[in-house]
Design a protein around this ligand. Structure first.
Ligand SMILES: CC(C)(COP(=O)(O)OP(=O)(O)OC[C@H]1O[C@@H](n2cnc3c(N)ncnc32)[C@H](O)[C@@H]1OP(=O)(O)O)[C@@H](O)C(=O)NCCC(=O)NCCS
Length: 144
């Protein structure tokens, strides 16, 4: 059984999410999180999908960037749990949150390797390829 919930910056859930983000997003690139980077998380909405023991399996972060747009960041599914539809479940919940809060568009800086995931969720590529954290990305966007 899975639970989806939002949690706040600095909470125990948030600490689990940072560990998951580090394991799935940063360590494979040989990168760390700086304190300055993590401080940017403070005003954001953090959302996770947890198992029955309250272990986080999927996380994401939502940043209001103005103009009724919500940026999805730091999406990661634990590598033992990928390909089971859990990333989609949490993304659907994030979309529901966005609609309920009046956002019109969701977008992300998608790693090129993850772009098929976002295409499956109905996002479109709306930029040329660009480099972030040393790897190719696209801006991908979904109108709600
Ligand atoms: C990308 C990521 C978040 C996807 O999460 P997930 O839980 O494995 O995805 P799901 O199982 O919910 O997949 C949803 C759909 O996308 C497809 N999909 C997911 N990742 C894919 C990939 N890399 N290539 C092709 N299709 C993919 C699935 O097959 C599934 O399709 P279906 O609905 O037709 O069956 C996860 O693989 C991950 O954490 N990767 C490492 C970190 C990363 O790259 N994060 C994204 C940063 S932008």
């Amino acid at each position: 059984m899975y639970t989806i919930r939002t949690f706040t910056y600095g909470s125990a859930d948030y600490k689990q999410a940072v560990d998951l983000r580090y394991k799935e997003l940063r360590a494979p690139l040989g990168l760390l999180f700086t304190n300055a980077e993590l401080q940017k998380d403070e005003p954001d909405v953090h959302m996770g999908l947890f198992d029955e023991n309250n272990n986080i399996l999927v996380c994401l972060t939502l940043t209001d960037t103005g103009n009724s747009k919500l940026k999805v960041r730091q999406v990661a599914t634990d590598s033992n749990q990928q390909g089971k539809g859990l990333g989609r479940k949490l993304s659907d919940a994030a979309e529901e949150y966005a609609k309920q809060h009046g956002y019109l568009t969701m977008y992300c800086h998608a790693r090129k390797v993850a772009s098929p995931f976002y295409l499956k969720l109905g996002y479109k590529i709306v930029s040329d390829e660009f480099t972030e954290v040393g790897i190719p990305h696209y801006v991908m966007e979904k109108t709600l």
